[in-house]
Every structure is written in structure tokens, then in C-alpha cells.
Design a protein around this ligand. Structure first.
Ligand code: GLY
Length: 562
């Protein structure tokens, strides 16, 4: 691939500061990039105490649950991609939420079979059974060195003493004010006195501190059994939800084999089902690999990338769902020969109308939600984790007495096959609601490795997560730095709507004209999207490089462990 697009994107990029520090001796210099400075500080503190990357990941996840309540939390779930340096073992801890056992395929439909607006988004009925508490306990027990009492301590402290409301908090709370106000316990915490807090006002969460303390003392029983479980079930039931004791008692994380692929000598290790992210990412890269993108101008490069996105997102809609419940033709979708077949239908200079392909996806939302962090420690252990409660502030519902804000991840199922969710994504039967099933995700925590470098990458952004990670992979292949990768302007196509969504400044007027002449519809977006966190280790210089997306308030730190 020529540097045309990458160079253009880098020229238009946001300014971002990063630290690059040489590693001492054989050991790697640790690096952490997260969406919030307090989470990055907690992760570094745990490394300083002798913890490894997995301990730091527990601390970072728990702090994000406190200080980024609009993105992730104990009431949500996520995927933690782990690399253990001592033996090269890699796994994905799947802490995705599950549909309650009383869930039914038509639970969000009215008597005419129409989707009831808001029912899978706001309030207790929208919430899947949370997986994050079980995942943190599992990671600490099987991979960490420190007790939960140590790794959860920073989160407990911040929940008790408070964190200052920042711009993003205020924006997201404003966006979800109605849903938050519908829950007395949520309103009390996030809109103290029934009002939007001032910038910098402290948000305290004493009940959440107590729930975290119970997890630190009792492990998973501190959440899924006993006092916390009783309060969760009582609150959800009172609010019209369908959780039962059994849902909580039986919730279990799953360790899954990550999806693997290669692109021009870069090894990709990424999210497995029930995230669509890994399969779609590798399917796009497989289509692109055979092109000599370097021989094309910018419009040609963008055209081919978009056509590959279009075809992979079509397959997402048709085939993907929880592989514990449905047959997914994963081997076929990841096969380079299958990609070669898709490539046959890509015209070199004409857009393929999405209507000529199959199932469907509509307009995406721009909500900021979900969070990602990347960590490497001095031994080379790595974590890429993307966590979510889905929409900003999840369902807006807090279970009284627990401080736990519940997700609205049930909206990631196909409430009715063919009807779009909040991200405009539509799926088929493979992603229909079934009791105990995990809803399809787009979260794409990813490791990239070539001869020169190791990258730890991911971002929030709903349906656009996968294409952001794709562009990051193409830039990584071109030796872009962590700062360059997080700052690149972005573009996205998800099959339907049949339009290329362009972040402000992503391409110039000439390229736009050339793309339109090929038949592409362009949708210029008013706002930026994503909040990428990247850590890169350079094998030959032995330097660690980390950067946090300038679109957010996050922080990347590279430093020595004690
Ligand atoms: N809730 C967003 C995702 O999992 O993709």
C-alpha cells in the first residue's frame, strides 16, 4: 500500500503527545493507554506494587467502572485478550453479558410483531446478565500475582471519595438524562439533587465501593450470590425486569481461542465470537492483501478498502452470532480463498451498490460508549481489553443499594431479524434472542505482531470499532507510531447504509470527487468518533511507545516498574 491515504490521514491528524522511553536491559518498559487518566494511574500503581499486566488490567477495568460510568462497569461485560510472556499462551476471556434465562425471541415486540421503541435500551428489561465481575475475578485468580484486595483498592477508593465530573461525563449524562432520571438510584448518583453536576463536581458512589469490597473479599460470590445478588434481583424485578437467582448463580465466563489472521507479514490475534470484530477484521484484511494498494492513488485505495468493508459487514449481518448456540461458518469466512472469491466481485473503479449483495444495516448512532485499554508489562505480558455497558450509561438503571449501573446490551441482539439496533446494525437469525445466549458484539481488542514490532490496539465506537481497528492495522503495517495511529482521521462503510462515513478532515475534495465518480455515496460526519488506545513495543530499538486518542480525555504512560 502506498502511503497516500496513511500520509494524508496523518497530515490531517489531531495533535497528540506520547512518551517513548528506552527499555532497561532485557526487560520491556511497561506501557499503559486507557480512556481515563485515573485508570492509567491505577494500572501503573499496580505495576509498581509488583503486579503484572493482568493485575493492572483488573485495576484499570475496575477504575474505569467507577470513573467512566457511561462506558463500562460491573453491570456490563467485555473481552480481555491476554498474552502470557512466559510461554506465549494467548486467550480471550469472554465476559460478555448473557440473555436472562427467561428471555424470549419476541420479548421486545408488540402484539403486531413490531419492535417497541426503547424497551431494549432503557431500564431493567434491557439488561443482560453482567460478566465483568466474573471476568475480573477469573483474571486475578488464573493470571495475576496480587490479591483482589490490592487490585480493586484504587477503584474502591475512587468510588468512595469521588471523581471529578469531566466534559465527556456531562455530555453523556446530558444525552441519557431521561433514562437516568427514570431510575431513582441512578439519578441520586449521577444527577445529584436531580441536577446535572457542575464541571469538576465530585461524583461519589458509596454503594458501588461496598459492592467492590464484597468482590475483593468473596470473589465472584460477592456479586453473583448473597447480599449483592439479592439486591440486584429485587431491584430488577421491581422495575419489570426478568432476572432470576439462577441467572446470576450460573453466569460463567468462557476462555476462547482468539481469531487469528495474517496481513503482509503481520500476525493478527483478535476477538473471537461472540464478537464479530475478529472475523470481520480478518475478512477485510484477507480481501485487501492481494491488492497492490501502493500502486493506487488515494481514491483507489479508499475504494478498495471500502468495498472490502462492505462485503465483510454483509457477512456479519448474515452469519454471525453466539457460536455456543448457532453454527457459524467461521473457517470459510477466515479462509483466504473465500476472500479471493469476494475480491472477484470488486470492480477496480466502480462501487458495488450494497443492494446487489444481501441482508442489512442502517444508519449508525454516534453515541460514545464502551471503552478500551492496552497494557504491556516489563516481562512482555500483554492485555488488550474492550469493555462495555453498551449505550452511554447503559440502560440508565442502577439497582438500589448496589451502585451497579446495568447494561443495555440486550439491544445488540436482533430484537427482530432485519430490524436495526442503536448502531444501525441488523442481524439475522444467528443473532436472535435465546435464553442464556450471548449477544453479538463488535468489540475488537487486537494484538499485531511483525518482525519489527508488537502492537496492542482497540477502541470503542459501536459498529465502527472494526473499521477503526482495520485502519490502525494498515497504519501499523506502514510503521506508523502509536500517536499517528490514534490520531488518524477515519472512514467507515458497513454495507448499509450504502455510504462512506467520513470523519471531518479524512479526505480532500479531489479524492471525494473521484470517489463520487466511481458511484460511492459520501456522508460527511459532523463529529469525530472512537477513542483508541495503543501500546507498541519495537523489538529492535527495545522501546515502548503508547498513545491515547486525542478525541478523548485518556492518558498513555510509558515508564519503569519498580
Ligand atoms: N455494545 C457494543 C458492542 O458490543 O459491540
Amino acid at each position: 500500500m502506498s502511503m497516500a491515504i496513511i500520509k494524508r490521514l496523518l497530515v490531517g491528524a489531531f495533535l497528540v503527545c506520547t512518551a517513548v522511553v528506552a527499555a532497561a536491559g532485557e526487560r520491556m518498559t511497561p506501557g499503559i493507554a486507557t480512556a481515563h487518566p485515573l485508570a492509567t494511574a491505577a494500572g501503573m500503581e499496580i505495576l509498581d506494587q509488583g503486579g503484572n499486566a493482568f493485575d493492572a488490567a483488573v485495576a484499570v477495568s475496575a477504575v474505569l467502572a467507577v470513573v467512566e460510568p457511561y462506558s463500562s462497569g460491573l453491570g456490563g461485560g467485555g473481552f480481555w485478550l491476554l498474552h502470557r510472556a512466559s510461554d506465549g499462551f494467548q486467550t480471550m476471556v469472554d465476559g460478555r453479558e448473557k440473555a436472562p434465562l427467561a428471555a424470549t425471541a419476541d420479548m421486545y415486540l408488540d402484539e403486531n410483531g413490531e419492535v417497541i421503541p426503547g424497551l431494549s435500551i432503557d431500564g431493567a428489561l434491557a439488561a443482560g446478565i453482567p460478566g465483568e465481575p466474573a471476568a475480573l475475578v477469573h483474571i486475578a485468580k488464573h493470571y495475576g500475582k496480587l490479591p483482589l484486595k490490592a487490585t480493586l483498592a484504587p477503584a474502591i477508593h475512587l468510588a468512595e471519595t469521588g471523581f471529578p465530573a469531566d466534559d465527556i461525563y456531562l455530555k453523556m449524562a446530558g444525552f441519557r438524562e431521561q433514562a437516568i432520571k427514570a431510575s431513582a438510584a441512578a439519578s441520586e448518583i449521577f444527577l445529584p439533587g436531580g441536577k446535572m453536576p457542575r464541571l469538576g463536581a465530585l461524583i461519589t458512589q458509596p454503594d458501588l465501593a461496598q459492592t467492590l469490597r464484597l468482590i475483593a473479599e468473596k470473589g465472584r460470590a460477592g456479586f453473583y450470590e448473597g447480599e449483592t445478588a439479592r439486591k440486584l434481583i429485587a431491584a430488577v424485578t421491581q422495575a419489570g425486569g426478568i432476572w432470576q437467582d439462577k441467572d446470576l448463580r450460573e453466569y460463567a465466563i468462557v476462555e476462547r481461542q482468539p481469531v487469528r489472521g495474517t496481513y503482509r507479514g503481520t500476525r493478527i490475534t483478535t476477538a473471537a465470537l461472540p464478537s464479530s470484530g475478529g472475523i470481520v477484521l480478518v475478512e477485510i484484511l484477507n480481501q485487501l492483501e492481494a491488492y497492490d494498494l501502493s500502486a493506487m492513488n488515494e481514491a483507489g485505495q479508499l475504494h478498495h478498502i471500502v468495498e472490502a468493508m462492505r462485503r465483510a459487514y454483509r457477512d456479519r449481518a448474515e452469519y454471525l452470532g453466539d457460536s455456543d448456540f448457532v453454527e457459524v461458518p467461521q473457517t470459510m469466512l477466515l479462509d483466504k480463498r473465500y476472500a479471493a472469491g469476494l475480491r472477484q466481485s470488486i470492480h477496480p473503479d466502480k462501487a458495488t451498490p450494497s443492494a446487489m449483495l444481501a441482508p442489512t444495516v442502517r444508519e449508525t448512532s454516534q453515541g460514545r460508549h464502551t471503552t478500551h485499554f492496552s497494557i504491556i508489562d516489563s516481562e512482555g505480558n500483554r492485555v488488550a481489553a474492550t469493555l462495555s455497558i453498551n449505550y452511554p450509561f447503559g440502560s440508565g438503571f442502577v439497582a438500589a443499594g448496589t451502585g451497579v449501573l446495568l447494561n443495555d446490551e440486550m439491544d445488540d441482539f436482533a430484537a427482530r431479524p432485519g430490524t436495526p439496533n442503536v448502531y444501525g446494525l441488523v442481524s439475522a437469525r444467528a443473532n436472535a434472542i435465546e435464553p442464556g445466549k450471548r449477544m453479538l458484539s463488535s468489540m475488537t481488542p487486537t494484538f499485531l505482531e511483525n518482525k519489527q514490532r508488537i502492537g496492542i490496539i482497540g477502541t470503542p465506537g459501536g459498529s465502527r470499532i472494526i473499521t477503526m481497528v482495520l485502519l490502525a492495522t494498515l497504519a501499523f503495517d506502514q510503521d506508523a507510531s502509536a500517536a499517528e495511529i490514534v490520531a488518524m482521521p477515519r472512514f467507515h462503510h458497513q454495507y448499509l447504509p450504502d455510504a462512506i462515513q467520513l470523519e471531518p478532515g479524512s479526505i480532500d475534495a479531489t479524492t471525494k470527487k473521484e470517489l463520487e465518480a466511481m458511484g460511492h455515496k459520501l456522508q460527511q460526519m459532523e463529529n469525530s468518533y472512537g477513542n483508541m488506545q495503543v501500546v507498541i513495543f519495537d523489538r529492535s530499538s527495545q522501546k515502548t511507545d503508547a498513545a491515547s486518542d486525542p478525541r478523548g480525555i485518556g492518558k498513555a504512560v510509558v515508564g519503569a516498574e519498580k
